[in-house]
Design a protein around this ligand. Structure first.
Ligand code: GUN
Length: 286
């Protein structure tokens, strides 16, 4: 079997076009242009690319994409002061602090300081709690993008076994939390770097979602014939940008597979735009 490729780039471009229409209607009604403030600390080349993509997507959708830069030597107090200003600014609807942050900065303290109503990443404990309880305010961007991609391609999740490889706060944990919700009804196993006999578990997956951050970590032997494979990996090395899945080999086993690039990445950006519009709507309501 050669898997069909799940084209995230194409879906993202369709969803972004729909979103631009929604943003224009919101701006027409309210007189407000949604605004996302992105905070970038230091000079990480991957983060520079992500932030550039996010701002370009904002512009295409009719959203203001501000960029606030701090030097790599910034202190936590400087960053907290900037976030305080953005929290208080009525022109700013969404705030995103690009991760990773330099080592001297306590990321949890910074993320906790973002106004939960402006937390378009859905990383604030209040928003995580709402997701866990099945009444989300914002959905985390990458897991939400994956859900949209699965839905658009007719992948049934109710009663199926979904194996999530990776337990990050950005992807693995929120992905698992969303999949077990009533109405989605997947049976979820979360694996990580300390899981014993990982291949035995991944081989039981109907849907395998991989966000472990290791280039080509998932081989064909780790995948059941006909499984759906979602690769969240973005590993930059001598072979350029590669995912966490050995794409060429796994494609011969799976039924559906995401490429890297052009799979999950463009949908993450799209869901960020979606959350920024939600945040602007929340600001008008209050
Ligand atoms: N760095 C890598 N992915 C993300 C993300 O989804 N949000 C933020 N804020 N930083 C990231």
């Amino acid at each position: 079997m050669t898997a069909k490729i799940l084209d995230g780039k194409q879906l993202a471009s369709e969803l972004q076009a729909d979103l631009a229409v929604e943003v224009a209607a919101f701006t027409e009604r309210s007189g407000i242009k949604p605004c996302l403030a992105v905070v970038l600390v230091g000079e990480n080349s991957a983060s520079e690319v992500y932030v550039r993509n996010k701002r370009a997507a904002c512009e295409r959708a009719g959203i203001i994409g501000q960029l606030h830069r701090l030097p790599a030597t910034a202190t936590v107090d400087e960053l907290l002061a900037l976030i305080g200003t953005l929290n208080r600014s009525p022109e700013v609807h969404g705030i995103l602090v690009q991760l990773p942050l330099p080592k001297q900065i306590d990321a949890a303290r910074v993320l906790d300081s973002i106004d939960p109503l402006k937390d378009v990443d859905a990383f604030h404990p209040e928003n995580v709690g709402l997701i866990v309880q099945g009444r989300p305010r914002f959905l985390p961007c990458t897991p939400h993008g994956i859900m949209r991609l699965l839905d658009r391609n007719g992948v049934e999740l109710a009663g199926r076994h979904v194996v999530v490889v990776g337990r990050s706060d950005i992807v693995g944990k929120p992905m698992a939390n969303m999949l077990v919700q009533r109405g989605i009804d997947a049976t979820v196993t979360v694996c990580h770097s300390r899981t014993t006999n990982l291949p035995a578990i991944t081989r039981t997956a109907d849907v395998l979602i991989v966000a472990i951050g290791r280039a080509r970590f998932i081989t064909a032997e780790m995948v059941r014939a006909g499984a759906v494979v979602i690769d969240v990996g973005m590993n930059r090395g001598e072979h350029g940008l590669v995912g966490d899945v050995d794409f060429a080999a796994v494609r011969e086993v799976a039924s559906l597979i995401t490429p890297v690039p052009g799979g999950v990445g463009p949908l993450t950006v799209t869901m960020l735009l979606h959350n920024t519009l939600t945040a602007a709507r929340l600001a008008v309501e209050c």
